[in-house]
Design a protein around this ligand. Structure first.
Ligand code: TPP
Ligand code: MG
Length: 356
C-alpha cells in the first residue's frame, strides 16, 4: 500500500510534527461524535430489522473519516454528503429526533416524508440533502463553492464520496471545474475498498485515488482513514487553503466498510472474513480512545458513562419520533408550486384534503 498520512501511533502517542494539537474539548467532541455514529448504526439496523424504519446505510469503520472531516470545517462552511454521514450532521447539531423522523418519514420529518428513507438534510447546519445516485453530489458541491467565490464569501465546501464515485462522469466534471476555476472545495473520498460488491481494484487502474487530483491541476493527499487526527489535519489544511483562495484539494481517506453496504446487503456473499478481520483490528474508535487515554483525557468510567448517555439519547429520540403520526395527505401537493395549478388543486380536492 502507498504510504498514507498517519498521526496517532499504535500506543496512542502522536507524531509531534503532524499532531494538529486539538484542544481537549474538541478532541472529546470528536470522540463523542464517532461513538454516537457507531451506536446509532447498530440501533438503526436493529430498528430496520424490526420493521420500524425502512432502510439504513451504516458507516461502521468509517467514523474517523466522517466525523474527523466534518469537525475540521467551520460552521459557515457547507457539507455535502453522499449517504453514510449522519455523524457529520449530528456533530453540526442536527437533533437526533429530526433524523429519526426522517428515517420513519412521519409528520415531523423536516422533509415531510417526501424523500427516500435515510435521505435526511440539516439546513440549519449547511448540510445538503443526501444524493443516492452515485457521484451527483460532486457537481452540486462545486456549484456551491463557486457561488461562494462569486459572492466573495470566504467559506469552503466539504464533499464526501466513495471510491466507486471516482468512476462517474460527475467526478470528472466536478474535479475539472473545481481545478480550472479554483473553487473552494475539499473533495473527501472515503476509499472504503468496496462499492457494494465491486472491490476498488476493479474501480481504477491508478495506484491511488488521491493521485487523480494531479490531472486536474491540484493536490491530492492520501491519509489513514482509521486515524481521526490524520483526517482532521488534512481536511483542516485543505479547507484553510480553500478559504484563502488556494483552490481545491482531494483527500483520499483509506478506510474500510466493516459492515454491510446497507440494510439490504449481505457482504458475506462477496468478501472473505479474514480481510474484514484484518481491518477490524484497525478500528478507528479504539485508535482514538488510545490517544485520549495516552493524553490522560479518558478512562473506563468515562467510556461507560458516554455509552449509557448516547444509548439513552437514542432511545429518547426513537420514542419521541414514534409518537408522531404519518404526514398529512396535503403534503403530496404543497411546497412544489408558488401558485398551485388548477389540475393539482382539483386532485387535491378529489382526495378530500384542504389546501394550506
Ligand atoms: C448512478 C448510480 N449507479 C448505481 C447506483 C447503485 N449504487 C448505490 S451505492 C453504490 C456503490 C457506491 O460505492 P462507493 O462510491 O464506493 O461508496 P460506498 O457505498 O462504498 O460508501 C452503487 C453502485 C446508484 N445509486 N447510482
Ligand atoms: Mg466504497
Amino acid at each position: 500500500m502507498v504510504d498514507a498520512l498517519r498521526v496517532i501511533r499504535d500506543d496512542g502517542s502522536t507524531d509531534p510534527r503532524l499532531d494538529p494539537k486539538l484542544p481537549e474539548k474538541e478532541a472529546l467532541r470528536l470522540y463523542r461524535g464517532m461513538c454516537l455514529q457507531r451506536i446509532l448504526d447498530s440501533r438503526m439496523l436493529a430498528l430496520q430489522r424490526q420493521g420500524r424504519i425502512g432502510f439504513y446505510g451504516p458507516s461502521l469503520g468509517q467514523e474517523a473519516a466522517i466525523v474527523g472531516g466534518a469537525i475540521a470545517m467551520q460552521p459557515d462552511d457547507w457539507i455535502v454528503p453522499q449517504y453514510r454521514e449522519p455523524g457529520a450532521a449530528l456533530v453540526r447539531g442536527m437533533p437526533l429526533k429530526d433524523l429519526l423522523c426522517q428515517l420513519i418519514g412521519n409528520s415531523e420529518d423536516p422533509v415531510h416524508g417526501r424523500q427516500m428513507p435515510c435521505h435526511y438534510v440539516y439546513r440549519k447546519g449547511n448540510y445538503l440533502s443526501i444524493s443516492s445516485p452515485v457521484g451527483t453530489q460532486l457537481p452540486h458541491a462545486v456549484g456551491i463553492a463557486w457561488a461562494m467565490r462569486l459572492r466573495r464569501e470566504a467559506h469552503a465546501v466539504l464533499v464526501f464520496f466513495g471510491d466507486g464515485a471516482t468512476s462517474t462522469a460527475d467526478f470528472h466534471s466536478a474535479m475539472n471545474f473545481a481545478g480550472v476555476f479554483r473553487a473552494p472545495v475539499v473533495f473527501l473520498c472515503n476509499n472504503n475498498q468496496w462499492a457494494i460488491s465491486v472491490p476498488v481494484a476493479k474501480q481504477t487502474a491508478s495506484g491511488t485515488l488521491a493521485e487523480k487530483a494531479a490531472a486536474y491541476g491540484f493536490d491530492g493527499i492520501r491519509v489513514d482513514g482509521m486515524d481521526a487526527l490524520a483526517v482532521y489535519r488534512a481536511t483542516r489544511e485543505a479547507a484553510d487553503r480553500a478559504r484563502d483562495s488556494g483552490g481545491p484539494t482531494m483527500v483520499e481517506a483509506v478506510t474500510y466498510r466493516l459492515g454491510p453496504h446497507s440494510s439490504s446487503d449481505d457482504p458475506s456473499r462477496y468478501r472473505d472474513e479474514p480481510e474484514v478481520a484484518s481491518w477490524r483490528a484497525r478500528d478507528p474508535l479504539v485508535r482514538f480512545r488510545r490517544y485520549l487515554e495516552h493524553a490522560g483525557l479518558w478512562d473506563d468510567a468515562q467510556e461507560a458513562r458516554l455509552e449509557q448517555e448516547i444509548g439513552d439519547e437514542i432511545t429518547h429520540a426513537v420514542q419521541e419520533a414514534e409518537r408522531a403520526g404519518p404526514p398529512s395527505p396535503d403534503t403530496l401537493f404543497t411546497d412544489v408550486y408558488a401558485q398551485m395549478p388548477g389540475s393539482l388543486r382539483e386532485q387535491m380536492q378529489g382526495l378530500g384534503v384542504r389546501g394550506r
